[in-house]
Design a protein around this ligand. Structure first.
Ligand code: MN
Ligand code: MN
Length: 463
């Protein structure tokens, strides 16, 4: 007769804090890896900056910009920059391309406040920018915090001005003001979703007038004059700009034990960075590796830099044809990790999760078989067979992983790029890091989970 202890060991699934399954050496490697991740988070707050960082890193690691028709051989490293806002890279494998590619897909856009096309106005001797929020955010969270402005302006003559204000210690920052509690009786009685409206997300950018008693809108004029002197831009140039207000704070360790990282934009740069590092650290893979860092996930993946666009398919088609095959054959034999974050169980809000089927911080990278809402609507739902293959792969390489779905049934829901890749007839499953306070200006992840995402993507692309 086996004892219950032995039987449990044999029959029950292990749900354990990752630290109990890592050596001191691996934990040190994990913490070290996360130092570099924090640096990345401070440099790459918006998609364009993430692309610049990535392209630079790829070039330094022997990747060359790929042009259709270029000859390709095993071991070659290539990338394609899609309009400065998305990037796709590949390492040609030794196996025939007909055997498919190993695809990792993460997104580098995060929720934020975008400036409207005619943003600048003056009211009561203050200058403000009108914004239109990007992605799903809780508006009240974006008031009364320091914000930085990142992006580009295309001037009337076609030249590009890059803007990055609020990150340097000596830079000014901006903010959205909120009502003082003393006068907020009406506001506080409203439902949370209505306490701050989209049209109240106005960015405070100035308050000192241009010195001329005759001038009207003198504060606006003074701001425009400062912008003209610094960037050479006029008001009409905002029409052809993409300026994004993002939290001005830096990535920081969270907790006395420094076990977690707080930062803006973990969703989904924590998966983008780990997938990128796994790719850069990969040499001479058997199967061709393709890693895509995409834009526009937070607004539904439409547009030519989002994954509903054909740019990924065209890139794979170019590789397939150059190597004597075709796109449909290669895609049909391919496998994909849709590398995106999931919600972590939050002990302060236990009611939105079902404890047996949600992700917990520190239990490793999270595998999510299906996403969606209202009866899994909108999900691609990985097959049991593919889920089983990924499970075996992770276990055989000591990757600490867990499974988790996004919240209780009918509590809400959401999706990732998984469905768009699966729709190309690719075996696809979601895998990523559990996040606390997802989509908030300051999101939290665990260092162990971050490192395990890197390890999981490495194992997958080197298999
Ligand atoms: Mn995401
Ligand atoms: Mn998101």
């Amino acid at each position: 007769m086996e004892t219950s202890k032995v039987l449990k060991e044999k029959l029950f699934m292990k749900r354990q804090h990752g630290v109990f399954r890592m050596s001191e050496a691996e934990l040190a490697e994990c913490d070290n890896f996360c130092e570099n991740y924090k640096d990345f988070m401070d440099i790459a707050k918006i998609e364009r900056e993430a692309v610049n960082y990535t392209v630079e890193l790829l070039k330094n690691n022997g990747y060359v910009e790929y042009k259709s028709g270029m000859p390709l051989n095993a071991g070659d490293k290539i990338y394609r920059n899609n309009r400065g806002k998305a990037v796709v890279m590949a390492i040609i494998g030794t196996a025939p391309i007909e055997e498919g590619v190993r695809l990792c897909a993460a997104h580098i856009d995060s929720p934020r406040l975008d400036l409207k096309q005619n943003p600048l106005y003056e009211d009561s001797e203050t200058a403000l920018f009108k914004t239109h929020y990007y992605g799903g955010l809780k508006k009240y969270q974006w008031t009364a915090i320091p914000l930085a402005l990142h992006g580009v302006v295309i001037k009337a003559d076609g030249t590009t001005v890059e803007v990055n204000v609020g990150e340097d210690e000596n830079d000014p920052v901006f903010c959205v003001t909120d009502l003082l509690p003393h006068l907020a009786n009406d506001q506080m009685a409203k439902p949370l979703a209505k306490g701050i409206t989209g049209e109240q997300l106005n960015l405070l950018i100035g308050s000192r007038p241009f010195r001329d008693d005759e001038a009207s809108e003198a504060v606006k004029l003074n701001i425009m004059n400062i912008l003209f002197e610094k960037y050479g831009i006029t008001e009409a140039d905002f029409i052809s700009s993409e300026l994004e207000a993002v939290p001005a704070f830096k990535a920081k360790d969270v907790g006395f034990d420094r076990s977690m990282i707080g930062a803006y934009g973990h969703d989904d740069k924590v998966c983008a960075y780990t997938a990128l590092m796994a790719t850069v650290d990969c040499n001479n893979p058997e199967h061709t590796v393709v890693t895509v860092l995409t834009d526009k996930e937070e607004t539904g993946s439409d547009g030519n830099t989002g994954l509903c666009s054909a740019y990924l398919k065209y890139f794979i088609a170019d590789i397939a044809e150059t190597l004597g095959s075709d796109c449909r054959t290669v895609l049909s034999a391919s496998e994909c990790l849709s590398a995106d974050v999931n919600a972590a169980f939050d002990p302060t809000f236990p009611e939105v999760n079902e404890r047996n089927n949600c992700a917990y911080i520190n239990r490793g990278v999270c595998i999510t078989k299906y996403t969606g809402a209202r009866g899994k609507s909108g999900t691609s739902d990985a097959s049991a067979e593919f889920t089983g293959r990924i499970r075996r792969l992770m276990d055989s390489h000591n990757v600490i992983w867990q499974t988790g779905e996004l919240g209780k049934v009918d509590a809400g829901g959401g999706g990732t790029v998984a469905a768009y890749i699966a729709n190309l007839n690719v075996d696809t499953i979601d895998m990523g890091v559990p996040v606390l306070s997802m989509h908030a200006p300051f999101e939290v992840v665990s260092k162990i989970d971050t490192y395990m995402a890197y390890k999981a993507f490495s194992v997958f692309i080197n298999d």
